[in-house]
Design a protein around this ligand. Sequence first.
Ligand SMILES: NC(=O)CC(=O)C(=O)O
Length: 265
Amino acid sequence: MASKVCAAICQLRVTADKKANLARAGELIRLARDQGAELVVLSEMFVCPYANHLFPLYAESFPAGEALSFLSSVAREERIYLVGGSLPEKEGDYLYNTSFVFDPEGKLIARYRKIHLFDVDLPHLRYRESEVFQPGKEVVVFPTPWGKVGLAICFDLRFPSLFREMVRRGAKIIAVPAAYNLITGPAHWELLVRSRALDNQAYLLGAAPARDYSAPYVAFGHSLIVSPWAEVLARAGAGEEVLTVTLDLDYLERVRRELPVLIKD
Ligand SMILES: NC(=O)CC(=O)C(=O)O
């Protein structure tokens, strides 16, 4: 098992033009690859604006769909493990907020459906993802040459037991495509990503979209890569950016050995 992996987050500006979003994602993924990335993570809903009335219009059913075939091709061409953020997935009559993961052959190796849907009633933000999406039911971790990688999406970050279950199943790196906003982002985003890294002694890859004040839902940005010691190894600003960091799995084992909290839980 290789002990080091160069991981990247592509923080891109999402528009209403699906083709343009895919083209831009391709450019940033290639930039990440040029910087040595072997594992790349995109944000939640990287193909469409975050808005309930739009999700059905952009939905895809595996294996068909422009975004799904894009993700598979770019993973194969760039020889990377690609966590394709999330996109609206249609199966039968139901829609899910789903993250699809492709290996360097372009093969689908994992699919995670957001379990905790974003239903909130804040003074300046009411959102009900459950009006369009069904919640997922399955915890997902997938194998890579560097160990197991777990998956969560955005609001899931607020539910520590999901992360602990991924770690029980062997996750050492957890990818979290997300889209926090200007209310909860400044208050909670970094705190949550660092907390989940700290209590699970895992690398956390929190991938956000770039901020766009003209969007129906304004994302906070500030993608983060955090170590098993809960240090921020890379932090994006609000605009488009590629973050790359080499994750050291021997360091993770050292943290888990020296501060043995997981085995006592
Ligand atoms: N958009 C989400 O799913 C979550 C979020 O913005 C928050 O928890 O705050």
